[in-house]
Design a protein around this ligand. Sequence first.
Ligand code: NAI
Ligand code: MG
Length: 505
Amino acid sequence: MALPVEIPRRQLFIDGEWREPVHKKRIPVINPATEAPIGDIPAGTAEDVDLAVDAARRAFTRNRGKDWARAPGAVRAKYLRAIAAKIIERKSELAKLEALDCGKPLDEAAWDMDDVAGCFEYYADLGEALDGKQKAPISLPMETFKCYILKEPIGVVGLITPWNYPLLMATWKVAPALAAGCTAVLKPSELASVTCLELAEVCREVGLPPGVLNIVTGLGPEAGAPIASHPHVNKIAFTGSTETGRRIMTAAAQLVKPVSLELGGKSPLIVFDDVDIDKAVEWSLFGCFWTNGQICSATSRLLIHEKIAKEFLERLVAWAKNIKISDPLEEGCRLGPVVSEGQYEKIKKIISTAKSEGATILSGGVRPQHLKKGFFIEPTIITDVNTSMQIWRDEAFGPVICVKVFSSEEEAIELANDTHYGLAGAVISNDLERCERVSEAIEAGIIWINCSQPCFCQAPWGGNKRSGFGRELGEGGLDNYVSVKQVTKYTSDEPWSWYQSPSKL
Ligand code: NAI
Ligand code: MG
């Protein structure tokens, strides 16, 4: 079957040019909906990372006054806005490539492209404004001193990203990094790099100066690890699993390199007994089945008040069975395949372990009968869960919700916080005071009230506990790439007179 869009055969993007990886290896691109190979991407290694970091360093520091770091924010903003415009121009093609590469429904991929463009525009505005804050004065208690703050780009940054929102997660890092005046080496996931390589082409087309953004695709240990441990990479921003986050932090610690980590989660959604059941059911599904269930902030632990539990679960199952599961490119698709065979096997194992530990698979848990190929798993709802089970504790990263029933607000909060993670949480109730109380009590970086998952680039994003640290998006997202320097000036004509001149002795 002819593909609706050709996977472009790209090289690594280093110093503004397409380059063959030093070892000339490639990684196949598999369409998760058909299991068919549809192209390949270059497999970079430490040698390519060295070249990319060198290019980024040169772009950061070359020609005093003309380089990226010292260019006025308005100049950098012009490039970011041009990138946003090109993304919108190529939106439908990019969305198709994203859907083919990672399996997300086409409508969601199109939504992602709007978010990508919006994020570039948002950071273009903030980067421009940063110029005005370049010399923020500080008032000091001694008149003989004057002080100001310089906000400077941190340097060359290493950006390592996952496959669930391939281009969007890269953008959450690339846009603020470039807006702040940093230059970057991006390593997208080997499972979904195609649209990130298209971002490189977009950068080339808009004439982004060479070396400002370099993209090295490849396997984690071969292309990601050398970025984390590179002596000339000044900061690492990572989104992905807690395990890989730990490895990156360990590597960065050797060089005392700052890191920001956005890791996994096992986030709760609490539904009280005063809700409109259908509305709450829909948010419960969206909270975990959006992006085929592969969302770090998925509210995959559903806590339902005992008074409505029976009716709620009946409707939840009925709505879940009504979700259209199909090839992501088919009109109206709402659930596609998970990204890879490895993830498919991992999710199936988590479901079978839940069963063997005594939980009940109320709905789903299997491949849909009408789809013989592809990494599809029906939306899965699991009940009779106890808090020692793996399904309660570990991230499934697939369309799998586990349910527990509670009888009081206090119990709901205790269950919500019974996790090593702390990325997100949600509460649904008509009592808004209660919603706010519960929001304060949940130990997490993101809380949704009467919804789950909507995300805006203006609002800070990130977690606590083993979900990582640091915040992306919002104004703070720019601070991730900014180094603050204080400059203090002695303004008096008088000598300081702490020590005595020997001539006076
Ligand atoms: P991963 O965390 O291994 O991959 C994320 C990125 O890190 C990829 O670009 C990968 O190539 C890179 N990487 C891997 N090993 C590395 C290393 N030693 N040094 C530097 N970079 C390295 O995630 P993976 O294996 O694809 O998925 C496994 C699990 O991770 C999923 O089942 C899910 O639970 C979780 N995950 C969480 C995500 C989130 O958004 N928080 C996103 C993707 C996965
Ligand atoms: Mg792929």
